[in-house]
Design a protein around this ligand. Structure first.
Ligand code: NAD
Ligand code: TYD
Length: 355
């Protein structure tokens, strides 16, 4: 079996669902169930013996040691993290705890477990660390896209904490020989995305008749990858990646934020037109920028294509259409994740931003 951490979050739950749709190899899913973790994402696996869910912290060494000894996974895919830049600006502590200390404790437990393995299990064991393009910092308009050899220049508490975790993973390979793989991926979008991030927030606010808060001038650029393509890249790296290597994963799809918002408005105008005939664009509101806002991210994903034959299978057009469709069809899911804690966050992040 494999151990997946953070498998109740956005990407982790998509990964677990896809994994079990494609293979019968069981998944042990360790997730703390923070505000971002949602067992409802995995409801279709209820009663499925191939999925074992454990609520717990990657930083709980005793728990992780016990789980490793009991289940003897052949690989670990580490998604567990605090993942939202704006939250890291308002409160960095949890990011340091989970992304740095949590990864460190997980690595220590895994090192001890791997050290006790023998034969084929030891040979084949892998620790795959899921990371982000944000560790490379911000690009100017004409700069080439991020390659695996780029300097780390993280600018937010989130990206700094992920950078620290990447360095620890690297060090555990170089120092102890732990067979690690690291993926650095661009912005994901798709089903089960918590509506604090740009794309789901805009869809959800548009449908609720609320303002669509665009930070600054809306010309910040991100590369966007459909989440199922990220999951297929991780499966590919796990199966065939060279130990100790880093693979950048991206969608070859750079877009300014305002173009994303306009695209979403146009799709909603088509798929769920407003009764008065007005466009959702009328709800766009430019608001105060994010402090330290990275201007541009872009991923050069040619290494993973060249070495492992992986390419995204969705274009942005096909992926974003599926995503809007999913949110239109899952409004009960949206309503349930908009709990009291979610409303508090919206108040914290948006109340002070001047339109
Ligand atoms: P998410 O915030 O939706 O989910 C994170 C999950 O981790 C949640 O289920 C949460 O309960 C769990 N978790 C948090 N702290 C934990 C802890 N201490 N122990 C165990 N579980 C814990 O995040 P996501 O968007 O699914 O991102 C998953 C991973 O992918 C993260 O490592 C993130 O840095 C990375 N990543 C995300 C993106 C993106 O666009 N979302 C892009 C590149 C890389
Ligand atoms: P986000 O989805 O938070 O991802 P990240 O900051 O990790 O790239 O934000 C994507 C982009 O959208 C980023 O440039 C910030 C911007 N943004 C807004 O303009 N308004 C919003 O309400 C949010 C959440 C993000």
């Amino acid at each position: 079996m494999i151990l997946v951490t953070g498998g109740a979050g956005f990407i982790g739950s998509n990964f677990v669902l896809d994994w079990l749709a494609q293979t019968d190899e069981p998944v042990l899913n360790l997730d703390k169930l923070t505000y971002a973790g949602n067992q409802e994402n995995l409801v279709t696996l209820h009663g499925d013996a191939r999925h074992i869910f454990v609520q717990g912290d990657i930083g709980d060494s005793a728990l992780v040691e016990r789980l490793l000894a009991q289940h003897q996974p052949r690989a670990i895919v580490n998604f567990a993290a605090e993942s939202h830049v704006d939250r890291s600006i308002h409160g960095p502590e949890d990011f340091i705890q989970t992304n740095i200390m949590g990864t460190f404790r997980l690595l220590e437990a895994v090192r001890a477990y791997w050290g006790g393995l023998t034969g084929d299990l030891r040979q084949a064991f892998r620790f795959l660390h899921v990371s982000t393009d944000e560790v490379y910092g911000s690009l100017a308009k004409e700069d080439p896209a991020f390659c695996e050899g780029n300097r780390y220049e993280p600018n937010s508490p989130y990206s700094a904490s992920k950078a620290a975790s990447d360095h620890l993973v690297r060090a555990y390979h170089h120092t102890y020989g732990l067979p690690v793989l690291t993926t650095n991926c661009s912005n994901n979008y798709g089903p089960l995305h918590f509506p604090e991030k740009l794309i789901p927030l805009m869809i959800v606010n548009a449908l609720a008749g609320k303002p669509l808060p665009v930070y600054g001038d809306g010309m910040q650029v991100r590369d966007w990858l459909y989440v199922k393509d990220h999951c297929s890249a991780i499966r590919r790296v796990l199966a065939a990646g060279r130990v100790g290597e880093v693979y950048n994963v991206g969608g070859w799809n750079e877009m300014p934020n305002i173009d994303i918002v306009n695209t979403l408005c146009a799709l909603l105008d088509e798929m769920r037109p407003k009764s008065g005939g007005e466009s959702y664009r009328a709800q766009i509101a430019y608001v105060t920028d994010r402090p330290g806002h990275d201007r541009r991210y872009a991923i050069d994903a040619s290494k993973i294509e060249r070495e492992l034959g992986w390419k995204p299978s969705e274009t942005f057009d096909t992926g974003i259409r599926k995503t809007v469709q999913w949110y239109l069809g899952n409004q009960a899911w949206v309503a349930r994740v908009q709990s009291g804690a979610y409303r508090e966050w919206v108040q914290t992040n948006y109340a002070q931003r001047v339109a």
